[in-house]
Design a protein. Structure first.
Length: 462
């Protein structure tokens, strides 16, 4: 009789299970004792077989093409073939249809016999229950570890592992020196108003090594890095913060709240690839379709002149130089206004305080919603709470973003605004425009060919 051996093992850190080589040895011993000729050995290593496992089992799939009439399938125990009742039914039907026997745990079963179908089905149920119990235990342990603030997962850039000298297990993660300083530098420079593109360019020019696995620094890489709660010493479980982590933070929680406000501001326009070189590309809105589609202006060359052009539908086009000059003069005038000085570019903990107030109101709203779900308050009360609290939360978040997202404006504002403007990089000028004013390019009225300020709408941010 031709024997097909199937071996499988999922992760087994305890060492109490059998490796695929040990399983194969025991299955070969069974075949030798029974006088079966081993035709093929199929192995799936480090792959689970429960319904929770998302990994493909290529060797398992090959059984369908390999097993033939009169063969015997040999596994160490029933759970090596499957821990999922649906998978068992598929295997049972395959063996019954082709007249294949199944041998495991020292017994051989004919799946065309009722008693053998009952016994193997019961073993399949027990294997599935065992998988469920293992999963619940792992999830409970993971939750407990998260609530205790213990680190989990891959060591992030900027940290290194400290291992137990006897067991080799990781017992602590600590700042690694060079990498941790880079994380802190990036956060500090963003808070000071530098753009992601400027920081990226500087890191590249200095030859600063990027995180392992990356070929070079990129703006989005820096953004994701400084927004990770891990660097603020915050433990995350299933995507949500659950408490303070038991490792040294590289960024204070207050600073990370400010970083989050800056880098997730919906009014902040980000660019992939080449850094922007023009004042209003990606910032100025089309005055025809911009409100509906969000279409901004891109740069084109029109009859030898650089111009801004509606990126979505080509609704409007305007020569770049006179428009840049007009917006520049207006922004400098705004920066020089005494009423602006001290009202923008907040420092310290203002943004963090505003976000803290928003979180308090959100927690209050969540409490109303929870009570509504449990039937402790009426839906009318929940609706009134939403009507009252949601606008307050949104207003606090807007104020927090404004406070945290304009440090450059605070530095430029004042009597020396014009000189500071022309000393600033294009990235900083764009940041000032983005923070202070909404620029809309309107259609030209009539057939005029000269620039007219009336064809531009400037709406100053409050």
């Amino acid at each position: 009789m031709r024997a097909i051996i199937y071996c499988r093992v999922s992760s087994d850190p305890t060492g109490r299970g059998r490796s695929v080589s040990e399983q194969e040895a025991e299955c070969r011993a069974v075949c030798e004792r029974e006088g079966w000729e081993i035709s093929e050995v199929l192995t799936d290593n480090d792959i689970g077989a429960s319904r929770f496992s998302g990994k493909d089992r290529p060797a398992w799939r090959r059984l369908h093409d390999t097993l033939g009439a009169g063969d015997v399938l040999v596994t160490w125990v029933a759970s090596r073939a499957q821990r999922d009742l649906e998978a068992y039914v598929q295997l049972r039907n395959l063996c019954a249809d082709r007249g294949v026997l199944w041998s495991y745990s020292g017994r051989t079963y004919d799946l065309n016999r009722g008693d053998d179908r009952f016994t193997t089905g019961l073993d399949a149920l027990l294997s599935e229950r065992e998988a469920e119990n293992i999963r619940e235990h792992v999830l409970r342990a993971a939750r407990a570890s998260a609530l205790a603030g213990r680190p989990h997962g891959k060591i992030p850039y900027g940290y290194r592992a400290v291992r137990d000298p006897e067991t080799g297990r990781i017992v602590e993660r600590i700042p690694d020196g060079a990498g941790s300083l880079i994380v802190q530098e990036a956060a500090r420079r963003i808070l000071a108003g530098e753009t992601l593109h400027a920081i990226t360019r500087d890191f590249r020019e200095r030859g600063t090594p990027p995180p392992p696995g990356a070929q070079t620094w990129r703006p989005q890489m820096i953004k994701r890095m400084v927004l990770r709660p891990t660097y603020a010493g915050i433990r995350v479980h299933q995507g949500a913060p659950v408490g303070k982590g038991k490792w040294e933070p590289l960024i204070t929680p207050e600073d990370q709240e400010k970083l989050t406000a800056i880098l997730t501001d919906p009014t902040r326009v980000t660019h992939r690839g080449v850094a922007p070189r023009h004042l209003l590309t990606g910032i100025a809105l089309c005055g025809v379709c911009g409100e509906q589609s969000g279409s901004t202006m891109r740069r084109i060359n029109r009859k030898g002149h650089e111009a801004y052009h509606c990126n979505e539908n080509g609704c409007v086009t305007r020569k770049m130089k006179p428009l840049d000059e007009y917006v520049t003069a207006a922004v400098i005038g705004r920066l020089e206004e005494p009423s602006l000085i001290g009202t923008i570019g907040a420092t310290g903990t203002e943004a963090a305080d505003l976000y803290a107030q928003a979180r308090v109101l959100q927690a209050r709203l969540d409490s109303f919603i929870k009570d509504g779900i449990e039937g402790l308050v009426s839906s009318a009360v929940v609706g009134q709470a939403e009507k009252t609290l949601v606008p307050q939360i949104e207003e606090l978040e807007v104020r927090a973003r404004r406070a945290a997202s304009s440090p450059i404006v605070g530095e430029m504002a004042g009597p020396q605004a014009e000189a500071r403007w022309y000393e600033a990089s294009i990235e900083h000028r764009r940041e000032v425009v983005r923070t202070l004013v909404k620029v809309e390019i309107l259609p030209v009225r009539g057939t005029r060919r000269v620039f007219n300020p009336e064809d531009v709408r400037l709406t100053w941010q409050k």
